[in-house]
Design a protein. Structure first.
Length: 366
């Protein structure tokens, strides 16, 4: 009997050690017995001051609503996390915030020296000012790895090939066993519907659909499509906005092989409004391209009625690269019978731009 007790004792001690390691307290955390605290958090020094959770500039609903939901999750896990914006929100996001009674987060003017969690981007070109000198602790993203973000210490990096960063955050709520209350469900739902065009986008996955099915109930949205269209009507109204404001309302910059290029996305409710925006913003692009300090610009406009899209191209080589990427040229535009996400557009454009840049350098050297 004594020998049996001696054999059991080491096993019990080992179990307690493993348990203590798995659930070691995070600095500043008031632990709750029902929460599954992620093991990776033990390896990150979140510090005692605030950790700022922030998306890209200019922000879309994914980079605002997801930021709010993830900052809330981090607080539930004992981290002093605060949501921040890289620049002011658009009308669509403002609608979602007001609908669910969420206050718009403050702007972060300078990220230098601050503890940061990046949401929905992995490039300094799309980040808040000073991000190159920030202490980046985590990155939650769903884009291809074309960024230049580097960290001083090992960071938590979660990137999934899905339609929206909020779907990842929804997963993290489930994994941590943190209840999703109505306001946070509304934030994540709004982000997913916006980023996937109400699950119509080619980037939407079954995981996004599972998240929406769960969140639409928790957010108490009876008609998902009606809510989505209400958001889009606010966004597509472009009230009191100049042509330049509309052009850059949903815009990201990239660099490949020494070529800088930007990709703007604009939404119209009907084909007629899409065509009007094509002419209006196309004329603005032709007139003002030389002052925009980019080698190439691409403007994608789609409507929510037919879900068709066009891509207008500005700058030397832009049309040539787009024509090779999409093979659907109509005059000075690319025609898409079904809208593609900007993520997909960039993925198709990037290799062509890289080849074009190489060819130009070879011609100059000859």
């Amino acid at each position: 009997m004594q020998k049996k007790q001696q054999s059991i004792l080491p096993s019990c001690v080992l179990f307690l050690i493993v348990a203590l390691i798995s659930y070691a307290p995070v600095a500043g955390a008031a632990r709750k017995h029902n929460i599954n605290y992620p093991a990776y958090m033990q390896g990150i020094d979140y510090g005692n001051g605030p950790v700022y959770v922030i998306g890209h500039k200019p922000p879309d609903s994914d980079s605002v609503c997801t930021v709010i939901a993830y900052a809330n999750l981090k607080r539930e896990l004992g981290i002093n996390a605060e949501a921040r914006l890289a620049s002011p929100v658009n009308a669509e996001t403002s609608y979602a915030l007001k609908y669910f009674g969420i206050k718009e987060p403050p702007l972060l003017d300078n990220a230098a020296g601050k503890n940061i969690i990046l949401i929905d981007h992995n490039s300094f070109a799309q980040a808040a000012p000073g991000m190159e000198k920030a202490n980046i602790l985590e990155v939650i993203d769903h884009h291809n790895l074309i960024g230049d973000v580097k960290t001083a210490a090992p960071a938590y990096y979660r990137n999934l090939p899905i339609g929206c960063a909020s779907t990842i955050v929804w997963l993290e709520y489930l994994e941590a066993n943190v209840p999703i209350e109505k306001p946070m469900a509304g934030m994540m739902l709004s982000a997913i519907l916006s980023d996937t065009d109400n699950l119509q986008s080619n980037t939407a996955t079954d995981l996004d659909r599972q998240a929406v099915a769960d969140l639409v109930e928790k957010a108490e949205i009876k008609d998902r499509t009606a809510y989505f269209l209400a958001m889009e009507e606010e966004f597509a109204a472009y009230r009191n906005m100049s042509d330049k404001d509309i052009f850059y309302s949903d815009y990201k910059e990239f660099t490949v092989n020494g070529i800088s290029y930007g990709c703007a996305t604009v939404v119209a409710l009907t084909p007629e409004k899409r065509q009007a925006l094509e002419k209006r913003l196309g004329d603005w692009g032709v007139k003002n391209f030389n002052t925009q300090k980019m080698d190439m610009l691409f403007l994608k406009i789609h409507d929510l009625e037919t879900y068709r899209a066009t891509i207008s191209c500005f700058g030397d080589g832009a049309m040539e690269c787009a024509a090779k990427a999409f093979n659907t040229v109509d005059g000075n535009k690319i025609l898409l019978n079904k809208n593609l996400s900007r993520k997909k557009v960039v993925r198709l454009l990037q290799p062509q731009i890289e080849k074009w840049a190489t060819t130009q350098r070879q011609k100059q050297a000859a």
